[in-house]
Ligand binder design. Sequence first.
Ligand code: ATP
Ligand code: MG
Length: 320
Amino acid sequence: MATKICTIGELLVEFLAKNSNQRFDETGEFLGPFPSGAPAIFADQVAKLGFPIVIFSCVGKDAFGKMCISRLKQDGVIIDGISSHNKANTGSAFVTYRGQNDRDFIFNIPNSACGLLSFENIDAKLLEDCTHLHVMGSSLYSFRVIDAMRKAIDIIKKNGGTVSFDPNIRKEMLDIPEMEQSFDYIMEYTDIFLPSEGEVSYFANNPKDSESDVAKALLKKGIKHIVVKCGSKGANYYGLDEQGNLKTSHVDSYPTEAIDPTGAGDCFGATFVSLMLAGYSVEQALQYANASGAFAISKRGPMEGTSTMAELERIIQRKK
Ligand code: ATP
Ligand code: MG
């Protein structure tokens, strides 16, 4: 059976502060709405590469929701898993940049349509048809969605499928107690782990452990592939070869003008996961994922930098 990927979580619109260092407590100009949400960006990227992907989410019966759905549909995402909420509006987020990589968000998620997402909103038949689930840590914003995620993981795993996990920790969300607890459960079932450089220590047994210590311990626990995303420094891979020996590699990033880092990690993850599931080698999947991250940061707007295989091949060829 061909692989069909699914993801569950926030689908929202985002507004970008027009200027860097623009404050949230002073009146200023914003660009937007842009379709956004980490799992939605992930899904859009998978679809643009030509692989089947379902997103389970909820929007309001408003223009923002319509905009999100029509973008995903246009790019080839299977939108049958998106329901419309009668009583809540589509989620939203505001983002402002301080320097190149420092961002502040104001999220309007908990009381939005996607904030109310629960297992009831997940169409069992659509889910049963999927062989891989991608989990974004940023989607674990309520006990309802955590419950949905656990149940979905159980179903996918029971059917012999696989799971990928990107912690995507947002400092604005860390005060949600259920979120931290759910990480342990998800890690137990994770096959492909995609943290950022700054998130690795979060998964260490000992705070002094190096990145490779943490990776080795996680591989021992059963995770099969670990890719640490390091922004402009590229990415590090940890896995085991057929003999069970540690296999590591590094890819330098593709030089790119950094316009907007939001979404780079999601596009990178989507490309790596899609290509691994499609049978590409780790080296090839890393190379394309790296190009996908570079492409994403060169475009303003969270989902504006998703790319096709042809666009990624152009970046890879340019470097050769
Ligand atoms: P986020 O903080 O948004 O969750 P992330 O940590 O998940 O981001 P990053 O490491 O910022 O993801 O970026 C993912 C990938 O995108 C990198 O591993 C790299 O391949 C590419 N990338 C990111 N920033 C740059 C850059 N400035 N130049 C070239 N490529 C980049
Ligand atoms: Mg990320």
